[in-house]
Every structure is written in C-alpha cells, then in structure tokens.
Write a protein that binds this ligand. Sequence first.
Ligand SMILES: Cc1cc2nc3c(=O)[nH]c(=O)nc-3n(C[C@H](O)[C@H](O)[C@H](O)COP(=O)(O)O)c2cc1C
Length: 209
Amino acid sequence: MERRDFLLGMGIALVSASAYSFGNSLKPLIDENLGKTALIYGTRYGATEDTAKWIAKGIGDGVDILNIENINFEEVVDKYDKFIIGSGIWIDGAHKRLMELLSMHTEEMESKIIASFIVCGTTGEDEAGKGRIEGYFKRFHKPLAVKPKIQRHFGGRMIIEKLSEKDRKLLDNFYTKVLKKEFVSWDRTKPEMSEKFGVELLGEKIAIL
Ligand SMILES: Cc1cc2nc3c(=O)[nH]c(=O)nc-3n(C[C@H](O)[C@H](O)[C@H](O)COP(=O)(O)O)c2cc1C
C-alpha cells in the first residue's frame, strides 16, 4: 500500500471510529431520556383519558401515558424524571388516588411536575366559572408546595346512560333542583385543542428531548 493510501485509510478509520464512539456516547443519553416523562391521569368516565391521549399525541414520542388506577406509586416515582398530571373533576374534587400519589410522594414529585390539567363541566366562560376552575386547581395542587408552572382546563363530557345509578340520581337532582336546568347529556371535549396543548408543552422544552 502506498504511504498516501495508508494515511488516507487511517484517516477514514479514525473518523469512523470517532463517529462510532460519538454515536455510542449519545445513545445512552437519548435512550435514558426517552420515556422519562409520564403523563399520569385519573378518569372515571373516559373524557380525561381521551384528553390525556390527545395531549400525548401532540407531544409525540417520549411520554408514557399512565392511568393512576393501574400504577405502582413507588415504581413510577423512581422511573420518571418529569410528570404531567391530569384529572377529571367530580363534586369539586380530583381523582382520589391521584391525590394520594401527590400526598404520599410530594417531595420526590413536586419539582418534577411540569404541567397539570383538569377536565370538567365548568367552562370558565364567565367570572364565576373562572373562579370555580381556580378552586379546582387549588384543591388539586393542595399537597404541593411547588405548583406546576403550566395549568390548563379542558371541557369534559357527561353521557347520562353511562353514569352509575348513584351519579345519575345525584346529578339529576343537582341539575333540576340547584341549577334549574334540564339534565341532558353533553360533550365538550376538544381533541384538537388538547393535542395543541401537547404541542405547546413540547415547545416549552419540557425536557422530553
Ligand atoms: C358525579 C359527577 C360529579 C361532577 N362534578 C363536577 C363538578 O363539581 N364540577 C365540574 O365542573 N364538573 C363536574 N362534573 C363533570 C365532569 O368533570 C366531567 O364529566 C368530566 O368529563 C369527568 O371526567 P371523566 O370523563 O374522565 O370521568 C361531574 C361529573 C360527574 C359524573
């Protein structure tokens, strides 16, 4: 082999070797970061679950969607670096098990919660509604000294035939006697708006990537 070819060959080998090792040194970083954000949601009738999935779609890869009813608290708290928490609102309150998670693991979680969202019937179109939504967030975040920087509320849904008998009776009474409104089914979920929120979160560089 000519000296020039030899040197050229060595050069190519060195470049490939360093590219290989650069690739390898990046790999654990990327792998580590993938799946390190958990979107944990609490739902009863499905609107919060749907909203969680639409938000995750906006974020893209790198977020695990977890139903609070199916997780082991310790495992999840250990595994993830960032959390997005979301809950439906029933009689003024968030999901009981999600509240338990926040109360039991406050210190490990509070600085890692990058966003929270609620799914409810209150629209926030008037001042009274805005105040009620603020109250829901306050109660939802009560265990946390550090509040999530980003908060968003979404419309939920209520399909009368899907409600448990107890909820149906309670709500029928509430609508007809307190609100003095006809008790009818409604759906205020917004797939596009929820997905857009996910895109916004990604734009906030929520350290998924
Ligand atoms: C029993 C019950 C109580 C509710 N209480 C409230 C409430 O206090 N405030 C509110 O804004 N929405 C209330 N809603 C509406 C829910 O927030 C809405 O249906 C939401 O979609 C629930 O989330 P999910 O579909 O994931 O269960 C209530 C719904 C039910 C079924």
